[in-house]
Design a protein around this ligand. Structure first.
Ligand code: ZN
Length: 330
């Protein structure tokens, strides 16, 4: 993989290539932004380009260094990731020990710390010591979905590069290139909020199945009287769902709610996120006022926001449901 293989985030790519051309890549960097937009891939391509024997501002993919990095046999590009969901102090101690030694094969040693927002306080303090006295040959790239969880003293010592979600058009195009029908590609691209990785991992049948369930749940929200019973059953059947699954269900609810608002306000139906549900949405939107739908959307989006910020999933889901349970008595 070289820079051309990373889709989206062309501004970040340009900044990095310019730094490579001038030989001014910062020793400490923080790549942050939403999930699934290629932050880790970008860090690994940068690490490769920094050690490439043929090209100055990209990875050539054929020189011995590029090949060794691709095969995972290059001792100077080191990826560190959480062990049991935590980056531990021992991992940072090892990083510190190696960081001050000369590179073994390449010119530059690059550490890529993925999910750096899962660093415990002790580990963060240990890392901070390295950032305060940056080693000559070593570079540290922190990759994080949630920069708010990284202590400010670390952030202030890193050059921060913000990644953006991948555009719906780009995701749609990539899915079509991979053999998806245009209509299906469009629906998926609308549902994943710029998360390319997620778009590529979804199976269409699974998406359809989940949309059917989300649509039933949405209808029950609109039919206030039946909410309590439905939600109890739904919550019980979905108890095993993990964070990502809840995120998807909530995103689908959000898309149905947005579509209902669009129809209620007589907007352009070409903008529907669920064009194949148009007829059903037209029937259902009459069940609730515009204010009710807006309120519903705020609650759904708040729950999604909470999941993205890594708040406790059980608490979020139960407070989300309890809000709608109260509706029964309105
Ligand atoms: Zn190369």
């Amino acid at each position: 993989m070289a820079f051309k293989d990373i889709l989206g985030n062309s501004r970040v790519k340009k900044t990095l290539r310019k730094a490579l051309q001038k030989n001014k890549v910062p020793n400490s960097m923080l790549f942050c932004g939403p999930k699934g937009v290629g932050k880790r891939d970008m860090a690994l391509v940068l690490a490769k380009a920094m050690n490439c024997e043929r090209k100055k501002d990209d990875a050539c993919e054929v020189c011995p260094s590029c090949r060794a990095i691709n095969a995972g046999n290059f001792p100077d590009v080191i990826e560190i990731s959480p062990e049991k969901d935590v980056i531990k102090i021992e991992q940072m101690r090892i990083l510190r020990k190696i960081a001050y030694l000369k590179p073994m094969m390449g010119e530059k040693r690059v550490f890529v710390v993925v999910e750096a927002d899962k660093m415990k306080e002790e580990a963060a303090n240990s890392l901070l010591k390295i950032l305060e006295e940056p080693p000559l040959f070593s570079y540290i790239i922190l990759v994080a979905d949630n920069p708010f969880l990284i202590i400010s003293t670390i952030k202030s010592r890193c050059q921060v590069l913000n990644f953006s979600p991948i555009s719906k058009e780009d995701i749609g195009k990539i899915l079509v290139d991979r053999g998806y029908e245009e209509k299906k590609a469009r629906i998926i691209s609308l549902l994943v909020h710029g998360n390319l990785k997620k778009a590529l991992s979804l199976e269409w049948e699974e998406v359809q199945d989940r949309r059917t369930k989300a649509w039933k749940l949405f209808l029950s929200l609109l039919n206030k009287g039946k909410v309590a019973l439905f939600l109890r059953n739904y919550a019980a059947s979905q108890r095993a769902l993990v964070r990502d699954d809840w995120e998807q269900t909530l995103e689908m609810l959000s898309s149905f709610c947005r579509d209902s608002i669009l129809i209620k306000e007589k907007g352009d139906s070409r903008l529907l996120m669920n064009p194949d549900y148009e007829e059903e949405i037209r029937k259902a939107e009459t069940l609730m006022s515009l204010e009710g739908l807006m309120d519903c959307l705020t609650k759904i989006d708040y729950a999604i926001y909470g999941l993205e910020k890594n708040l406790n999933v059980n608490l979020l889901v139960s407070s989300f449901f309890s809000y709608f349970k109260e509706w029964e008595y309105v």
